[in-house]
Write a protein that binds this ligand. Sequence first.
Ligand code: ZN
Length: 501
Amino acid sequence: MTNKNYQQLVEKLSEISYLNGVMSTLGWDQEVVMPMGASEARAQQISALAGVIHERTTDLRLGDCLAALETEDLDGFNALQICNIREARRKYDLETKISKKLVKEMAELSSQGHTVWVAARQDNKFSDFAPLLKRFIKLKKEWAQCVFPDMEQYDANIDNFERGTTMAEITPIFERLKMELIPLIQSIQDRQYQPDSSFLQGTFPVGKQEALARKISKDIGFRFDCGRMDVSVHPFCGGSHPTDVRITTRYKDSDFIESLYAVIHETGHGLYEQGRMLEERDLPASESLTMGIHESQSLFWERMIAQSKNFCVHYFETIQATFPDNLQGATADSLYRAINTCKPDFIRVEADELTYPLHIILRYEIEKGLFDDSIAVDDLPEVWNDMMMKYLGIKPPTDTLGVLQDSHWSSGAFGYFPSYTLGAIYACQFYKTMTNELPDVENKIETGNFAPIKTWLNEKIHRQGSLYTPQDLVHRITGESLNPDYFIDYLKRKYSAIYQL
Ligand code: ZN
């Protein structure tokens, strides 16, 4: 096809994609190998590059190209090309519909935000963080008004991470989760029993942990010829391109499970990136869809596969041989139980899969209240603690362990939290469909035959890029809308068995 406007659009979008790849590599370098002394210089480099990217993404000629294409008859265009135009329009509007003043205010607040939050958290003093939070909510309401004037302001913020998903869809799903999970967690608490996990304590040499994690990541399909695994303070998945995907983890010699499961989680993200379609790799159509769908891929491997009994059976001997002194008396079954314990606690990132959704629902309800003004910022510590009591039966002794624990609000990331739990629900629903379509999934896991599982995810999700909305994608794959029943069934069945309820 030789449409001049489209050719020009492709050139501009490819260049933006290359520049974003450079930015991402710089970010990875900063987290993984950069010497501390370089942080100021690196900040300047990143800021200069961000300026160039901003120029390119708000280039008036890009807008002209899009406007011209939108008046044309797109009959000769294929689905990928139409998707590129649609996605480019969305991004262009997101970048250009807001005033320079608002962009600048948000950027400034965001760079102050982290420092203010770190200090407030350290001093356990919410009142030091509150003024910044108030300003951010005000700015994010303004932002919503500019970019999505027809939407509720909180919906607009959710849309930024999980497009097309609104409170109207999320609230009933979260209400169901509360109704089902709160009593389930309560009955586990009442049981006053915890599986034996003493063999997971002790010393686990980091070198052995790394070799084990690398093996498992490779076994489930991570391509080390198009990726790397390194160490950083917080595990993440980055990299510049589907051919250069970088995952990280961190090691504690007192705990190998945390690191191993972080690697499996990040491998799930990495497989999504490595599995993107082979065509149009530098164009929006090939890009991963949303935060929630991305999280569905990491949680698919971390929970649906690696926290299953079959996975423990397959890897038990390998793990035992890696740490023979520690796991002497353990069995595949005791390993399975030990990595699937449920215990309400204060910190979201350390929560198990059963209590995790309640941490998210609490944040969702608070954000919703902050945006419709039914909750005041100054009341947050009390509101937080009351909800923790209601949902998990525990009350944080400090705000550091409560309302101040997450960094998201300090950078203005409102509407992000629901993606985590939507991802968990997507993962379960995808898994259910996969077990209907692929014979003997459990046996495949138990024999370490992960290739058909990875291929299924590649075809159904990774290669679909941004062609569909999450709603359409879920429907195309599973034949129905997002349905929390599978997630609830999975949790009930699994934890009733482990805790003999
Ligand atoms: Zn993740």
